[in-house]
Design a protein around this ligand. Structure first.
Ligand code: FAD
Length: 390
């Protein structure tokens, strides 16, 4: 029998191909070199001053629009994209958010629903990280029920005129292009908006106590005039943004386990070296029970992510299954972080350790890309056939 590996107790790595391991190692090494030494400082200051450099470097390692093909994208499998999300979020959820929004929301929308001209004009520069993208769906008064959005686009001769506000938009203030969803007389449509368009502004949202190493912004659109070809031709209705969200949520199923792994590993190391009552706290049964329970949920979550990844690669992943994964893995990740926090005692609240940073980040991850309650309602509807949303 192979020896027991505390880093992979279920032997999940046996499911991976050599190319998968190579992707994982590349992203893990990049995060260790470029994020981990600085992220506590970025988090404390609430700023990500090097976001443009990071985006270019992430483009350089093929992490932007990773599972898309053509237009400079890496054409990776869904499992490889998931492994990258896990490694990035093990560093910080903010960095994974940068990558998710760029690849799974903004680029995905253009790749799937854009015209050939839109794809040629934006995707290669987004894949390289030269242009950062954002995705505007949420509004100040509209969150879980995006069908009720108020942002609207009117036709004016051959042009479109876009007016409204979006809120909580990741990457907003640093984006060169915004994919904005708006009401039109034909239903909800997506617009590809260059952020230097007159009437467009993206002030940053300050005072966040979560995802502090991530840029979050408001988008203000005051009669932004766009040419006829700014609309995404391939989709009308909520199906458009929801399909993008499903792709991004899939990345969160993996990513959340990265934050959990970082907290778990920190707790194990600490429990082995911290002594109280004359021996390591990891030698007490109560601490071992915590570590065992954390390991069980962590590796069950990773296994679930793998399962969903394989279904996505086979073209068989349903949105309800993504809801299943997001609901479970983010909830369990938060639980693992909280338990890790208790093992570190007072040190658990310090930024010297990653735990509190991950725990507060995960509060955003629990809410964005569909709240816990929305995913419970998705599953509830799938299980009963009864719609409890309204
Ligand atoms: P609400 O919809 O007002 O919900 C409040 C509470 O009521 C929740 O608990 C919710 O589950 C519950 N609730 C609502 N309806 C029901 C119901 N029918 N039954 C039971 N409970 C219900 N959005 C973007 O478009 N792009 C982004 O890039 C983006 N980035 C984000 C980054 C951060 C850091 C954060 C925090 C948010 C981001 N969001 C983004 C917004 C996010 O998607 C929304 O916050 C989320 O959809 C929830 O909307 P809300 O905050 O308006 O909450």
């Amino acid at each position: 029998l192979p020896p027991f590996d505390p880093a992979d107790p279920l032997g999940i790595d046996d499911l991976l191909e050599p190319e998968d391991l190579a992707v994982r190692d590349t992203v893990r090494r990049w995060a260790a070199d470029r994020v981990l030494p600085h992220v506590a400082e970025w988090y404390e200051s609430g700023e990500l001053p090097v976001i443009r450099e990071l985006a270019r470097e992430l483009g350089g390692i093929g992490a932007l629009g990773m599972s898309l093909s053509g237009y400079g994208c890496a054409g990776a499998t869904a499992v490889q994209y998931g492994l990258a999300c896990l490694e990035l979020e093990a560093a910080d959820s903010g960095i994974r958010s940068l990558v998710s929004v760029q690849g799974s929301l903004a680029m995905y929308a253009i790749h799937r629903y854009g015209s050939e001209e839109q794809k040629q004009s934006w995707l290669p520069r987004m894949a390289s990280g030269e242009v950062i993208g954002c995705f505007g769906l949420t509004e100040p008064d509209i969150g879980s029920d995006p069908a009720a959005m108020r942002t609207y686009a009117k036709r004016d001769g051959g042009d479109w005129v876009l007016t409204g506000r979006k809120m909580w938009i990741t990457n907003g203030s640093v984006a060169g292009v915004a994919v904005v969803w708006a009401q039109t007389e034909d239903g909800i449509r997506g617009f590809v908006v260059p952020t230097d368009s007159p009437g467009f502004a993206a002030p940053e949202i300050k005072h966040k106590m979560s995802l502090r190493a991530s840029v979050t912004s408001e988008l203000v659109m005051d009669e932004v005039r766009l040419s006829a070809d700014a609309v995404l031709p391939g989709v009308t209705g909520l199906r458009g943004p929801l399909s993008c969200l499903s792709h991004a949520r899939y990345g969160i199923v993996w990513g959340s386990m990265g934050a959990a792994r970082s907290c778990f590993e920190t707790a194990v190391d600490y429990a082995k070296s911290r002594e109280q009552f004359g021996r390591p706290i990891g030698g007490f049964q109560l601490t071992q029970a915590k570590l065992a329970d954390m390991a069980v949920e962590l590796h069950k979550g990773i296994l679930l992510a793998h399962h969903l990844g394989r279904r996505m690669d086979a073209g068989r992943l349903r949105p309800e299954q993504v809801s299943f994964g997001k609901l479970n893995n983010v909830r369990e990740a938060i639980d693992i972080c909280r338990t890790a926090r208790t093992i570190l005692g007072a040190n658990g609240i310090s930024l010297e350790y990653p735990i509190m940073r991950h725990a507060t980040n995960l509060e955003s991850v629990l809410t964005y890309e569909g709240t816990v309650e929305m995913h419970q309602l998705v599953l509830g509807k799938a299980l009963t056939g009864l719609d409890a949303f309204r």
